[in-house]
Design a protein around this ligand. Structure first.
Ligand SMILES: Nc1ncnc2c1ncn2[C@@H]1O[C@H](COP(=O)(O)OP(=O)(O)OP(=O)(O)O)[C@@H](O)[C@H]1O
Length: 280
């Protein structure tokens, strides 16, 4: 299979207010693809199209190498989905919830024990969901999404509202999953998270995909044509990336005045703000 996810010229309109406008991109096996965009850009709508919770009006969508219309129940057993709408049963414990999802996914009790340990939920397995913290809930939802070891995992803002320790745990978990072969499609508002986890990202704005590339490619594409030198006198000097700039930097190095040299690469957040003109 060349692509786990393939979209070409996909369109969907929600009346006059919003439309996904000719979206085309693909995700290859083994990638972590970050789908970024301001609130209301159409990220969740795209995930819903890819998981058949919504139907496209135009274009081609393939998931797991198959046209979206012919994806079967068995194919869906190869997919995991984490979204806001992943319903946990509030009056059931963490363990009861996972056993319920395990039955649906045909997964053994032993696997539930393994995932409880892996997600640091063993000690609180008997806690009712309604008594769980946001972090415990999110880890339970993630456990339910990966219980059956999906080949393709959709994660809609998996770390939103979590504290740094829980975010770190979720990141470790995702990296481990990805290393064991799971392809991940991730939406996030956290640009550091996208930079850390994603091989490639796509930025969506007002229903249009405006750019795709690896975080490194995007940073290079948006790099300023300047180099900054911090001198031992703590003066920050800016030079152009040309012969004249190089000669001046050489002089500073030769005279022992140069402390550090930096090329001016923007971070993902700066690129995002520049492209979308909006906040995260
Ligand atoms: N079923 C629907 N009917 C009509 N409009 C909808 C529907 N679902 C979403 N929308 C609208 O489509 C737009 C895109 O919504 P979507 O949830 O895909 O954005 P998003 O990028 O995921 O945003 P966020 O980051 O806030 O989750 C929004 O303006 C939303 O109000």
């Amino acid at each position: 299979m060349d692509e786990m996810i393939f979209l070409e010229n996909v369109c969907l309109r929600f009346g006059p207010a919003f439309s996904l406008d000719h979206i085309s991109f693909c995700v290859k096996p083994g990638e972590v693809f970050g789908f970024l965009g301001p609130s209301g850009a159409g990220k969740t709508t795209t995930i819903k199209l890819l998981t058949r919770q919504l139907q496209k009006e135009e274009g081609t969508i393939r998931v797991l190498g198959k046209d979206i219309g012919s994806v079967t129940r068995e194919d869906y057993d190869r997919i995991g989905i984490l979204s806001d709408t992943n319903g946990l049963y509030e009056r059931m414990s963490i363990e009861e919830n996972l056993l319920f999802f395990a039955r649906i996914r045909n997964v053994s009790r032993q696997e539930v024990d393994t995932i409880l340990k892996r997600m640091n939920l063993s000690a609180s397995r008997k806690t009712l969901i309604k008594k769980c913290s946001r972090g415990m809930r999110q880890r339970t939802v993630l456990a339910a999404a990966i219980l059956h070891k999906p080949e393709l995992l959709f994660l809609d803002e998996p770390t939103s509202g979590l504290d740094p320790a829980n975010i770190h745990e979720v990141h470790m978990m995702l990296q481990e999953l990805n290393q064991s072969g799971t392809t991940v499609f991730l939406t996030t508002h956290n640009m550091e998270e996208a930079d850390k986890l994603c091989n490639r990202i796509g930025i969506l704005n007002e229903g249009k995909l405006i750019i795709t590339g690896s975080p490194e490619e995007l940073k290079l594409a948006f790099a300023k044509d300047q180099i900054q030198v911090l001198t031992k006198a703590k003066e920050l000097l800016t030079f152009s990336k040309d012969r004249e700039g190089a000669e001046k930097i050489m002089e500073l190095i030769a005279s022992g005045q140069c402390l550090t040299i930096h090329s001016q690469e923007p971070n993902l957040e700066e690129i995002f703000l520049q492209l979308t003109g909006r906040g995260l």
